[in-house]
Ligand binder design. Structure first.
Ligand SMILES: [Mn+2]
Length: 413
């Protein structure tokens, strides 16, 4: 089993900067060639000497000191460090690459015994990932763990929270257009649904960027009003002195929010006829869910790219089914529909699942599929389980998921 490495290529296309918690470091994927002609892609980290002309050794040193543990936690030893020996300990270092001031990579004498490569992925598997939320580097990271024979299901919410949601969508779209491997199957999440609805509103009322931010400001107060009104309805079931005081406080707050809402709207020179629900929707996406990060990138696209992206989302799956070794799986962003009718429908259909545009007008169904927490709807899961399905979902995070011997940490979004 001892394969000898005979060459390493640095692919400049996959440089990732600004990832994680240090100002700048670069991560590359390098292709390793073995003496039996096999190749394998592994991660390589570099140490930049300066950042924008200054040096921040403290942050970078800290990161590289944590790197071996971070990688160990992910169950990977298949990475290399390109750069300074004293920073990363001695185990995984190929201290034979240097980055020239021009940005070019120079390769000096290279000692393959410095590298430890471990095969961790078997080919031809199905993987699912969800809620990437704008982290383009993490998305590429996931793709590089796959072989061309694998299939990756992405269960929605690739946009918002992080900066690069549009880049992720663009990449998924171009891979689909050119039938690239590994195959990616994308499902819609609640964030993409909100985006579609907001793009419709922005186009319906021809909203300018100033109008969008003004309506967002007003929408914050509408959301606050709705929240307090809901609270009051819940409180009124009891009649204690404390509850009466709470209601009084909330009603007072609502009066304040209403004033702030009308102050915000009075900034508009020629107001358009948006309903409170429409204003709240804009605000919920662009403000509460950080959709402005996505929207600011969306508006930089060409008209054709905007159209392609919109159509791609409209024609994305809401629900997918798959059968592996006689075992049935149903994949969805949040919660399966609580109805036997849908189980029968997807059993009948010799297709991958249900496309969003086919059911776009059935709002309660969509809400159930992509915006309900599993704890709210245990019955639905039981129903699908009874029909032999194992459900794979995103949206509601578990703190840790065990995958073989490796632990993967998940972030709350
Ligand atoms: Mn979600």
């Amino acid at each position: 089993m001892d394969k000898k490495i005979i060459n390493i290529d640095i692919g400049k296309k996959t440089i990732i900067s600004n990832k994680n918690d240090i100002p700048i470091y670069d991560m590359y994927y390098v292709t390793v060639t073995y003496d039996n002609k096999e190749t394998k892609t592994i991660k390589a980290f570099t140490y930049p000497d300066t950042i924008n002309g200054t040096t921040n050794h403290e942050a970078i040193n800290g990161f590289f000191q944590r790197l071996p543990n971070l990688m160990k936690e992910q169950g990977r030893e298949d990475y290399i460090f390109l750069g300074r020996l004293e920073l990363a300990g001695s185990t995984y270092i190929a201290d034979r690459f240097y980055r020239l001031p021009s940005g070019e990579i120079a390769q000096a004498k290279f000692d393959i015994d410095y590298l430890k490569i471990k095969d961790v992925i078997e080919p031809g598997k199905h993987y699912a990932i969800s809620d990437i939320h704008g982290y383009y580097g993490s998305y590429l990271d996931a793709l590089h763990m796959l072989t061309p024979q694998d299939t990756l299901f992405i269960l929605g919410d690739v946009i918002d929270r992080g900066n690069n949601g549009i880049a992720i969508l663009q990449d998924i779209i171009s891979r689909k257009k050119t039938s690239q491997n590994p195959k990616i199957i994308f499902l819609l999440g609640n964030h993409e649904w909100q985006m579609l609805q907001c793009l419709d509103l922005i186009s319906k009322y021809q909203l300018s960027s100033t109008e969008i931010s003004t309506y967002c400001e007003a929408g914050k107060w509408i959301i606050n009003i709705k929240d307090d009104e809901n609270d009051i309805n819940t409180i009124q079931k009891s009649n204690s002195y404390y509850d009466k005081w709470q209601i009084y406080e909330k009603e007072k707050a609502i009066q304040g929010y209403k004033q702030k809402k009308s102050d915000a709207l009075s900034q508009l020179t020629s107001p358009k006829n948006l309903t409170d629900n429409e204003i709240a929707l804009l605000s919920a996406w662009l403000w509460a869910n950080d959709g402005y990060l996505t929207y600011n990138q969306f508006i930089l696209l060409t008209e054709q790219e905007k159209q392609d992206l919109y159509q791609f989302l409209m024609n994305s799956l809401l629900l997918a089914k798959i059968q592996i070794n006689d075992k049935k799986f149903c994949l969805i962003h949040a919660t399966p529909p609580n109805s036997q009718e849908y189980i029968d429908l997807i059993e009948e259909k010799n297709e991958l699942g249900i496309i969003y545009s086919a059911v776009a007008n059935y709002e309660p169904l969509i809400k159930m599929c992509i915006d309900t927490r599993k704890t709210d709807n245990y019955d639905a899961f039981q129903l699908w389980k009874n029909s032999g399905y194992t459900m794979i979902i995103g949206h509601t995070p578990s703190k840790r998921v065990y995958c073989g011997k490796s632990k993967y940490k998940f972030h709350m979004h």
